[in-house]
Design a protein around this ligand. Structure first.
Ligand code: TA6
Length: 296
C-alpha cells in the first residue's frame, strides 16, 4: 500500500507497507525516515526529538547531502547542500509485487536553487522497499556547463549500543580525519570510544556494520568514499534535535562522493550513486513490533 499523508502543520510524507517491509519518506528532502522489515526493529535511527517541520532537516533516517557535502565556503549557504531542505516531487510509486515497492522522487532547478548553486540540474531518487533497502540518487547535468558535486546518502543506522558496534571492510583504507583535517590510515576494524568523523577513500568493497543482534551489509556503486560519524558525548550536547544520550543509539555510515571522490559531470551526462542495504535476520529475542515515530 502506498499512502500520501499530511501532518496538521502541512508536512507531507509517503507511507509504504508491503508484505516484506514498511517505510516513510518525507517530500521535503525525499527523506527516508523510517524503514523496518515486517516484525523487526527499524533499520534507521530517528531522533525522538526531531522536527517534522517545513524548512528544518529531519534528524535521522537518510538525509540527502547534495550538491555539496559538509560546509560551503559561502557560510550563508546550508551545510550539506539544499536538497534535504527542498520540496521534492513524488513522481511515481509502483507495487512491483506484494513484497516490493518502488518509489521515484524528483527535484529540479528553480530560481531559488540557481541563486545558491548556479547550474541547471535534475535529481532523481529511486527507493526500493523490499526485504532489503535500495536507494539510487541520479544527478543529471541539464546545463551547458560542466559541474562538480560532492554528496552523500547520510544514513543513520540504529544500533543496540554504540559500544557494541564494529565496522568491517575499512582496514588499511586511507581516510581524512574531519576532526583534525589530517590524512590517516585505518588499522583494523572501526570501533567507537570517542567522537569519530572520517571520510574514508578508495572504498570499493562491501562494508559490514556488526551489531549485537544483526549484521548490515552496505554495497555502494558509483562511490569510493564512505563517511563514518558518531558525535559522542560533547558534540551530541551541541547538536540540534538530539537528546544527550542519542550518540549511544546510532552510527552514520554514509555512501558518498566526498572530498577526493567528488564527481565532475559534463553537460547532459548523469552520475548515479547507489546503496543497497542488506541484513541478516535478528535473533528471535530481538524481534519486536516496530515503533512508529510518534510525530508522524
Ligand atoms: O557526515 C558527518 C557530518 O558532516 C558531521 O561533521 C556532522 O556534524 C554531521 O554530518 C551532521 O550534520 P548536520 O548538518 O545534519 O547537523
Amino acid at each position: 500500500m502506498i499512502t500520501h499523508k499530511k501532518l496538521p502543520n502541512g508536512f507531507e510524507y509517503i507511507e509504504i507497507k508491503n508484505r516484506a517491509a514498511e517505510a516513510k519518506i518525507a517530500l521535503q528532502g525525499a527523506h527516508l525516515f523510517h524503514y523496518a522489515r515486517v516484525g523487526e526493529k527499524p533499520l534507521l535511527w530517528l531522533s525522538e526529538v526531531s522536527d517534522f517541520e517545513v524548512g528544518k532537516a529531519i534528524r535521522g533516517g537518510v538525509p540527502l547531502c547534495w550538491p555539496w557535502f559538509g560546509f560551503n565556503e559561502d557560510k550563508s549557504l546550508p551545510q550539506h547542500g539544499f536538497a534535504r531542505l527542498s520540496l521534492w516531487e513524488f513522481a511515481s510509486g509502483d507495487e512491483v509485487d506484494d513484497k516490493t515497492t518502488t518509489l521515484n522522487f524528483k527535484l529540479s532547478y528553480d530560481e531559488k536553487t540557481l541563486k545558491m548553486w548556479h547550474y541547471k540540474f535534475l535529481l532523481e531518487l529511486k527507493i526500493i522497499i523490499s526485504d532489503k533497502l535500495t536507494m539510487e540518487l541520479k544527478t543529471v547535468n541539464l546545463d551547458d556547463k560542466i559541474f562538480k558535486i560532492s554528496q552523500a546518502l547520510h544514513t543513520y543506522f540504529s544500533v543496540s549500543h554504540i559500544s557494541d558496534v564494529t565496522i568491517k571492510g575499512l582496514d588499511k583504507k586511507p581516510y581524512l580525519d574531519a576532526l583534525t583535517w589530517k590524512n590517516e590510515l585505518q588499522k583494523g576494524d572501526v570501533t567507537f570510544d570517542q567522537e569519530i568523523d572520517r571520510v574514508y577513500q578508495k572504498v570499493e568493497d562491501e562494508i559490514v556494520l556488526k551489531d549485537k543482534n544483526r549484521e548490515i551489509h552496505i554495497k555502494n556503486q558509483g562511490s569510493s568514499s564512505v563517511v563514518v560519524w558518531n558525535p559522542w558525548i560533547e558534540k551530541t550536547s551541541r547538536m540540534s534535535a538530539m537528546r544527550d544520550d542519542a550518540y549511544k543509539h546510532f552510527v552514520c555510515i554514509e555512501s558518498a562522493n566526498a572530498f577526493d571522490d567528488a564527481r565532475v559531470i559534463k553537460s547532459l551526462e548523469t552520475h548515479s550513486l547507489k546503496a543497497c542495504l542488506l541484513y541478516t535476520s535478528p535473533s528471535p529475542r530481538d524481534r519486536t513490533r516496530s515503533r512508529m515515530p510518534s510525530s508522524a
